[in-house]
Structure formats: structure tokens, C-alpha cells
Design a binder for this molecule. Structure first.
Ligand code: ADP
Length: 619
């Protein structure tokens, strides 16, 4: 193809998918790599697209499917996710359906009729249903526009969620030669990417890999203290917003949920020990925003697509940075700011160590846990830590969106002296005690055990008494994180490493962090402007539009974000449209949404705006 023709085809394609983007989704611009990914689909070139959660993978095949002739077949592993995706497509005016075993015969027949008549644009199926001989034969008789394999890492034994039935999908290339096959995943590793391509038998695929950074997520990492104060502090910052609190065990889920409810929050628990019906009810309440907060084990979140989760708290440590990326990634999928707070503790580290050992962990599991531990204790930008862990370069100086870069923590002025005091106390204690005990000695505690053992007579007793035991303990953990000391034996006795001895000799200076003094933390907050996404938004109107959205979602039995996402509601509360044309200009509003919801939302806005203001704007 000549380059002129090629660029014309590209331009036509771009116009078509961008108009679909506007017409069905009400979006004006592409997210990074979406346009390139859509061009692959339009031109029929196989592709592997790797974008982080919330990167907008679905649109990469949904928008072209609307522009191409024929049926787009989407393979997805999770039935609940398929249903929500199809509901969301329909609510935007795209004809889509699911075929799975939960359908009644009459419903299946209706789907087949719609396919035969050419009325259906997208069909979602699990691999088992698609690969049945009868189904393949049926599809061979209808025009197919593309195959999209969602959660494509499931095909790779190297991925974290291998599903053997995905392997058989390679037959698609043989049975449907000439139809483009496109794989989408958030899983980052090169090995998995290559494996996806090999297993599916892709033909010279275009590989598109986006940045793994999620700039709209604000990360904060803190050592966990006893009690719920730290969690409550997060909840107070997010009053009335949707969030998930992850705990390691079912018992912790139950206790945390109950205690938070006693404090007046409205939370629901979610874990594998509940009945199917209870789990379903709690999930629905969360999706329809009748419950703001879910307290859950990591079992929660796999099958949900809720775009406006505004915070994710890890009350217990996750088991790896891969898991953390995935779980925290459930926040802010709509691209608006969201907060991810991770609380870590030595106790959780050892719980995981035990669980991994008992469960015959996969190779590399211990290293992955250690990498997470290091991430928690390191003084580097959190965005940088995550992005570099996944093998990408970090080029920004200050992310403006993590505790380290925002100065919620600051560097200790004389880290070498502080580190030497701590490590020499470890040596004076003959490397025979744990971190907590060592910190108590340094703080000058008059704990009975310390006095009995005469450790109050050590030269290092109380040499850091100007600081709290918790702060000293934190520093000690940071020294462990930076490899200056290790915790040995089943009792976690602190021992020096070669690097630790170098610190004592003054040959190596570690970095030590401490929370910024309260005053400066407050002034930082005061100096931090509200995120730009709130600019010009009438917050009271936003809240009242949320209530309307909640009512409509409950009436229709669909997740609230399917009615409108937070970005749309904020834009509505910014523009305050009073007529259909202005309503159509709102982010995320296309003709279908205007037809379905315009009247109700316009009336609501009309009622909200004081009468004289509307008459003024009418003048
Ligand atoms: P992923 O599958 O990569 O996790 P999704 O496809 O679910 O991400 O998209 C995440 C969110 O981003 C959804 O709410 C979607 O509507 C929104 N989104 C996707 N593309 C765009 C875009 N070009 N402009 C605005 N919002 C978008």
C-alpha cells in the first residue's frame, strides 16, 4: 500500500473510531496507545496490547467493532465481568450480548437470531463456550470482524492466572484465517507477552506496551500501628466515597468491618467464607453504591469493573508488588485521582512467609514478598519504585503523588549518626534481640524486661530518647530494608550485615525517613491545591447528582457507574447544563445516554439551580 493511501486509510479510520468514541461513549480524546491499538484492529493486523488496569483496553476493540462490518467476538474469563461490560455497552447504545451457560434457551435463541440478522456488534463468551465445535461451525457462517482476547495473560503458564482452557484458543487462527486476533492484558512481563503471541499463533503481531505508571493514583505507605486510627484517618478523607479495604484473613475482614460499623461507617465484608448469596448481595450493594466501603480479602475485585473506586487501603500487606499493582489498581480506573494506602508490618511479613511455606509456594514467591517489603521501607518515590520493578524507566523527578515526593515524610538530617546509634545498640545487645526490644532500649524504656536484664546500663540505652519507640522501630526497619541488617532465626533477631558494619565504620550512609512534623504536613496539605479534576465543580450539586445516580442504578439493578461515571457527574456539576444540547457536551454523554437519562438529570439540575440564576442565563 502506498504511504499516501496508508495515511488516508489511517485518517479515515481515525475519523471513524473517534466519531464512534464520541457517539457512543461521549469521549473527546484517546487515552495513550488507544488510537494505535484501534488502528491495528481496523487494519486486521494481529496485536498484543499491554496497558495498566484502567488504561482503557476495552475501548481498543469496542470502538473499532462499532465501525467494522460483522461480529466482534470477545473472549473473557469472568462471567460477572462480561455481564457488566455488556450492560455498559448497551447503556451506550452499542448492540452487545453474552453467550454462556446461565442463559435460558429463549435468551440463547434471541442472541443467535441477532447474530444471524447482523444486528449484533459484539459477542462476549468464555473460551469453553466459544471453542465448542457447534459454536465454531456456526461462527464460520457469519462475518466476523475481529477476535479480542481479554485478560490474555490467562493463556500463559508464566502469568499469575493461568487457565488451561485458554490454550485451545490457538485454533482460532486456523479456523478463521484472515480475521484479526487481538490480545489484551495488564500483565507486564516480556516473557508473558511473548508467550501470549506464541500460544495464540499470532501473525507478526503489533506489540503495544503502555506505561505502567498510574499518575492519578496517590500512594502512601505507612507502618501499621495497633487499632483502627490509621484506617479511620483515610476514611475521613473520603467521606461518602467508594473504597475497598483489603485484609489478609477472613477473621480480620470480619473484625475490621464490624469495628468500623460500630464507629458509624457503613461497610460490608467480603470473603470466601460467606455464602454465595451473601457475597453477591454485598458486591451488588457496593456496585450500586448502597454501601460505600467493602472490607475484603483479595478474593474481592477480580470480577468487578467499578470505575469510581476512590481509595484502596491495604490494612494488611499484599504478598508481592504484582499483587499490589493489581489490587491498588482497582482505584481510579476512571482516570480521576484516587488514593492507595498500604499499611505494612513485620507481623504480616511473617504471616505471608508462613502461608507461602505451607502452601508450597511457586518459585520466586519469597523473592516477590521480599521485594514488596523493600518497597515499603525504601525512601524512593512510590511511582518510581513500581514502574522500575516492572522494568520500565522512570524519568520524572517528582511524581507529586506519593508520600515521599509530597514531603509527608522527610529525610533525617544526620542519618549516619542515627544509623550508627541504632546498629551499635544491636551489637551491644549481642545481636540477640528483636526490632521492638532494640527500639525500646534505644528509647530508654523502663520496661521490666530491660531492667531485669540490666540493659539500662548499656551505653546505647536511651541514646535516642528524644524520639518515640515507633519512630526508632521504623528506622530500624528501614535499615533492614536497605540491607544494613537482617532478621534472623524464627525469633527475628536483628543481626548486622556487612553493609551494616560499613555503616558503623562510617563508610556507608543509609537514608532514613521520618514523618514530616504535623505542622508542616498540614501546611503542605493547605498548600496543595484541590486536584484539577475538581476545578469549577459545584460539589453540592455533584453529591446530589450522585444520589440521583444511586436511585436510578437501584431501580435498574445495574452498577452505578453504568448510569454515569464520576467524571461525567463532575463535568455535569461543572457545566450545569439546562438543555439537551449542553447535556450532550458533558464528558461521557452520547445520544443514548441523553435519551435515557437526559430528562431526569436536566430536571434535577434545573431544580437545583436557584430560579434567578436560570432566568439570568436564559436572558
Ligand atoms: P481496562 O480494561 O484497561 O482496565 P477500561 O477499558 O475498563 O480499562 O477503562 C477504564 C475506564 O476508563 C472506563 O471507565 C472507561 O470508560 C474509561 N475510558 C476508556 N477510554 C477512555 C477515553 N478515551 N476517554 C475517557 N475515558 C476513557
Amino acid at each position: 500500500m502506498s504511504s499516501e493511501i496508508e495515511s488516508t486509510v489511517g485518517r479515515v479510520a481515525e475519523e471513524t473510531v473517534s466519531s464512534a468514541l464520541k457517539r457512543y461513549w461521549g469521549f473527546d480524546t484517546f487515552r495513550p496507545l488507544q488510537q494505535e491499538a484501534m488502528e491495528c484492529v481496523l487494519s486486521g493486523r494481529d496485536s498484543v496490547v499491554v496497558l495498566p488496569t484502567g488504561g482503557g483496553k476495552s475501548l481498543c476493540f469496542q470502538a473499532p467493532a462499532c465501525c467494522l462490518e460483522g461480529l466482534a467476538v470477545v473472549v473473557s474469563p469472568l462471567i460477572s465481568l462480561m455481564k457488566d461490560q455488556v450492560d455498559a455497552l448497551r447503556s451506550s447504545g452499542v448492540t452487545a450480548a453474552v453467550l454462556n451457560s446461565s442463559l435460558l434457551y429463549s435468551e440463547r435463541d434471541a442472541v443467535f437470531d441477532a447474530i444471524r440478522s447482523g444486528a449484533l456488534k459484539l459477542l462476549y463468551m468464555a473460551p469453553e463456550s466459544l471453542l465448542q465445535e457447534k459454536m465454531l461451525a456456526f461462527l464460520a457462517g457469519v462475518p466476523i470482524s475481529l477476535f479480542a482476547i481479554d485478560e490474555a495473560h490467562c493463556i500463559s503458564a508464566w502469568g499469575h492466572d493461568f487457565r488451561p482452557e485458554y490454550r485451545d484458543l490457538r485454533t482460532l487462527k486456523e479456523r478463521f484465517p484472515g480475521v484479526g486476533l487481538h490480545a489484551y492484558t495488564a500483565t507486564a512481563t516480556e516473557q508473558v507477552r511473548q508467550d501470549i503471541s506464541d500460544q495464540l499463533g499470532l501473525d507478526q503481531p503489533q506489540i503495544l506496551v503502555g506505561s505502567f505508571d498510574r499518575p492519578n493514583l496517590h500512594y502512601r505507605v505507612e507502618r501499621r500501628r495497633a487499632g483502627l486510627d490509621q484506617i479511620v484517618e483515610v476514611l475521613e478523607r473520603h467521606r461518602g466515597e467508594s473504597g475497598i479495604i483489603y485484609c489478609i484473613s477472613r477473621r480480620e475482614v470480619e473484625e475490621t468491618s464490624a469495628e468500623l460499623n460500630d464507629l458509624g461507617y457503613h461497610t460490608a465484608p467480603y470473603h470466601a467464607g460467606l455464602t454465595d448469596r451473601e457475597r453477591h448481595a454485598h458486591q451488588e450493594a457496593f456496585l450500586q453504591e448502597r454501601t460505600d466501603i467493602i472490607v475484603a480479602t483479595v478474593a474481592f475485585g477480580m470480577g468487578i469493573d467499578k470505575s469510581n473506586v476512590r481509595f484502596v487501603v491495604h490494612a494488611g500487606m499484599p504478598k508481592s508488588l504484582e499483587a499490589y499493582q493489581q489490587e491498588s489498581g482497582r482505584a481510579g480506573r476512571d482516570g480521576l485521582e484516587a488514593e492507595c494506602v498500604l499499611f505494612f508490618s513485620g507481623r504480616d511479613f511473617f504471616t505471608w512467609q508462613r502461608l507461602l511455606a505451607e502452601g508450597g509456594a511457586q518459585p520466586g514467591a519469597m523473592e516477590a514478598l521480599t521485594a514488596l517489603d523493600r518497597f515499603c521501607k525504601s525512601p524512593t518515590c512510590r511511582h518510581q519504585g513500581l514502574v522500575e520493578y516492572f522494568g520500565q524507566r522512570w524519568e520524572r523527578e517528582n511524581c507529586q503523588a506519593c508520600d515521599v515526593c509530597l514531603g509527608k515524610v522527610e529525610q533525617v538530617a544526620d542519618p549516619l549518626i542515627v544509623a550508627q546509634k541504632i546498629l551499635s545498640c544491636v551489637v551491644r545487645l549481642e545481636q540477640g534481640y528483636g526490632a521492638d526490644y532494640t527500639a525500646q532500649v534505644l528509647a530508654g524504656s523502663s520496661d521490666q524486661r530491660i531492667l531485669e536484664r540490666r540493659h539500662d546500663r548499656l551505653s546505647t540505652y536511651g541514646i535516642l530518647s528524644a524520639h518515640t519507640k515507633n519512630t526508632i522501630r521504623d528506622w530500624l526497619e528501614q535499615l533492614v530494608g536497605q540491607g544494613c541488617a537482617v532478621k534472623a532465626t524464627e525469633y527475628n533477631l536483628v543481626r548486622l550485615t556487612e553493609l551494616g558494619w560499613q555503616v558503623l565504620r562510617g563508610e556507608h550512609t543509609p537514608i532514613l525517613l521520618q514523618p514530616a512534623p504535623k505542622k508542616s504536613a498540614r501546611s503542605t496539605r493547605a498548600a496543595t491545591p484541590a486536584p484539577a479534576t475538581w476545578e469549577g465543580v459545584d460539589r453540592q450539586l455533584f453529591e446530589s447528582l450522585r444520589n440521583l445516580r444511586r436511585e436510578l442504578a437501584a431501580q435498574q439493578g445495574v452498577p452505578a457507574y453504568i448510569v454515569f461515571g464520576d467524571a461525567s457527574l463532575r463535568d455535569m456539576a461543572r457545566r450545569r447544563p439546562t438543555n439537551p444540547v449542553d447535556f450532550l457536551a458533558v464528558h461521557g454523554v452520547g445520544p443514548k445516554k441523553l435519551a435515557d437519562y437526559g430528562e431526569k438529570f436536566l430536571a434535577h439540575i434545573q431544580d437545583y439551580i436557584p430560579a434567578e440564576e436560570t432566568s439570568l442565563s436564559a436572558d
